[in-house]
Design a protein around this ligand. Structure first.
Ligand code: 13P
Length: 257
């Protein structure tokens, strides 16, 4: 499976900057990409990002979505509109949404289902705080997050909406203590969690769970991405700070060659 390099810009680039950044990126990319690349932009930037990237092979997506498909929900963005803007992905349940917008695993699960039904691939984020890791409970905490969020993903849903394949879903393990702190999980930490999540999925959904991408996120940079992504069950990275500068994105792609 080709790794996925997902660039989570957070609240850092508006429409004009996003458009010119994407155009310049395309000039600097090698002909053969060693990874799938996706730009996760603010909702208001997605139209411009799509115009800049359409036809290039670089994908784009949103950073959040409403759990409602439609209705009187001021300020929300519907998954169907993300599909209309040709978004491949949407990040769901990011720790910043959980912390500042009180999102729970159950809400993340509802959003994941809404995205799938609209034909947009969710990147569902999970991961523990430092005290949970220090208490030795990182795995059980993270697997419980998956269990709660994906409780709607029954075998029947897998066979109908997912057409039997978990390729539709991506999970990003982002330990909260490693986000924006410069403290990266070690490659062993990332691999151990990747292995635990893969085992959890295979137990529930069988061999199709081997098609599911498991990303790592948290202080990923050009100088550590190779060590992380060369581990088993680390199928790419969700990158925040190091996704903002073109130079560092090009360097991360070089490291993934
Ligand atoms: P940093 O790469 O800045 O630590 O952010 C990680 C993240 O939150 C990606 O979604």
């Amino acid at each position: 499976m080709k790794p996925l390099l997902a660039l989570n810009w957070k609240l850092q680039k508006g429409p004009a900057e996003a458009f010119s950044w994407c155009r310049t990126l395309l000039e600097q990319l090698p002909d053969e990409l060693p990874a799938d690349v996706a730009v996760m932009a603010a909702a208001v930037s997605l139209d411009r990002v799509g115009n800049a990237l359409r036809g290039s092979g670089v994908q784009w997506g949103a950073q959040d979505v409403s759990k409602h498909a439609k209705g009187a929900f001021t300020g929300e963005t519907a998954a169907g509109w993300l599909n209309e803007l040709d978004c491949t992905y949407v990040v769901i349940g990011h720790s910043e949404r959980r912390e500042y917008h009180f999102e729970t695993d159950a809400i993340a699960g509802e959003k994941t289902a809404v995205a799938i039904r609209a034909g947009v691939k969710p990147i569902l984020c999970v991961g523990e705080k430092l005290d949970v890791r220090e208490a030795g409970n990182a795995e059980s905490y993270t697997l419980t997050q998956l269990e709660t969020a994906l409780s709607w993903l029954t075998p029947e849903v897998l066979n109908t909406e997912f057409k039997g394949s978990l390729e539709w879903l991506t999970i990003a393990y982002e330990p909260i203590w490693a986000i924006g702190t410069g403290k990266t999980a070690t490659p062993d930490d990332a691999e151990n969690m990747g292995n635990a999540m893969r085992y959890w999925f295979v137990q529930r959904y069988g061999e199709t769970a081997n098609n599911l991408r498991l990303l790592y996120g948290g202080s990923v940079k050009p100088d550590n991405i190779k060590a992380l992504c060369s581990r088993s069950n680390v199928d790419g990275a969700l990158v925040g700070g190091a996704s903002l500068e073109l130079d560092s994105v090009v360097k991360m792609l070089e490291a993934l060659k």
